[in-house]
Design a protein around this ligand. Structure first.
Ligand code: ATP
Ligand code: MG
Length: 350
């Protein structure tokens, strides 16, 4: 298989974890006889430094011509007071690629279950995915208004937007434990009443998948108290932003969890859920697991390379089982030495 992957290393620990990702991709190429063209492009603060804007036209063109986009992380104190902001680049990228479905699988690796804030026995039950609508809702709806003493945000969803994301969730559930939990605030919000109605309609097309509705306040509690009840969670943009951060701490470290963002064109973006971690940048302290799992998601979801994805996951688990860990997990491995251990485990397995 021959694929072009645009690599947006970005800022902070971004370049270090991107280096890990490239090593794993290069080994995968060799072990499974694929050809991956890894194309570096400027993005985020690094792009601001290079050419004055976070999302240069050349980067956009490369992304649109690629088979998948891999992103490290962006931002940092260096650009806090700059006129151009790295985060603006990320919003522009999402909108230019039409990325409407943000997907975050949350799993607690058994070898590090003791790091989860959950009791170990319920940490073992955590196997769910949060599907967050990424292009609509209160972040984007107009009008947005501000006077000295009053401020307004608007929350609009169309039937089409809801249908598209809920369909995605049902299709995903069909490949898993066949349960969708749709989260809303239908006792108060009109947009949530429509959301619930559309979810019910879509559910009619998937008789093998169970649908349950949960109010967002109850969902916030259930994630902590009964996380094992969830398979696929689907929710709108703002609720998804909050709940996916809540869900991510269940794994014990931000350095563990990957994400994917999908569009209707088939082009997807993969990135770790954590930020650029400026406090540890440039010291080879970053945990590369979230990034390597993002690579595995890309191989499976964009290229259909299930076995290759599984090989990366298995290698990560076996290195963790051997006791080797980066600092965020209480260990002494560096980004480079942990990555090398994953590469060795992949070679051994192959
Ligand atoms: P953003 O606004 O981009 O989300 P943030 O400061 O909120 O940035 P992170 O950059 O993710 O969040 O950093 C939060 C904390 O987690 C920091 O102390 C950072 O060092 C740590 N951290 C984040 N990612 C990793 C990683 N891959 N390995 C080790 N520690 C990490
Ligand atoms: Mg943050």
């Amino acid at each position: 298989m021959e694929k072009t992957i645009v690599c947006l290393a970005g800022d902070g620990i971004g370049p270090e974890i991107m280096e890990s990702a490239k090593k794993v991709l290069t080994l995968t190429e060799r072990l499974y006889e694929h050809r991956f063209h890894l194309q570096d492009e400027a993005f985020g603060g690094a792009a601001i430094d290079q050419c004055g804007q976070p999302f240069p036209a050349k980067t956009l063109e490369a992304c649109l011509a690629s088979d998948a986009v891999l992103l490290g992380a962006i931002g940092g104190p260096k650009w806090d007071n700059a006129t151009e902001r790295p985060e603006k680049g990320l919003l522009a990228l999402r909108s230019a690629l039409g990325l409407y479905a943000n997907v975050r699988p949350v799993e607690v690796d058994e070898a590090v279950a003791y790091l989860s804030p959950l009791k170990e026995e319920s940490a073992k039950d955590v196997h769910f995915v949060v599907v967050r609508e990424l292009t609509g809702g209160i972040y984007f709806s107009q009008p947005k208004e501000r006077t000295a003493d009053q401020a307004t945000d608007t929350l609009t969803y169309t039937r089409k937007e809801i249908e598209r994301i809920v369909e995605y969730a049902f299709q995903l559930a069909q490949t898993r434990r066949k349960k969708v939990t749709s989260i809303d605030k239908a006792n108060v919000l009109e947009s949530s009443k429509l959301w619930r109605e559309v979810a019910e309609e879509v559910s009619g097309r998937y008789p093998d998948v169970q649908l349950e509705h949960l109010l967002v306040d109850a969902a916030a509690m259930e994630l902590i108290v009964h996380p094992g009840r969830f398979d696929v969670i689907v929710t709108e943009n703002l609720f998804g932003d909050i709940l996916s951060d809540e869900a991510s701490v269940l794994a014990g470290s931000l350095g563990m969890l990957p994400s994917a963002s999908h569009s209707e064109t088939g082009l997807s973006l993969y990135e770790p859920i954590h930020g650029s971690a400026p406090d540890i940048a440039g010291q080879s302290k970053a945990n590369p697991i979230a990034m390597l799992r993002s690579v595995a998601m890309m191989l499976e979801q964009s290229f259909g390379l299930r076995e290759e994805a599984q090989a990366i996951e298995n290698a990560i688990s076996s290195v963790l089982r051997s006791g080797r860990r980066t600092g965020d997990l209480g260990g002494t491995e560096t980004t480079v030495s942990f990555t090398d251990a994953v590469l060795e485990a992949m070679e051994e397995q192959a």
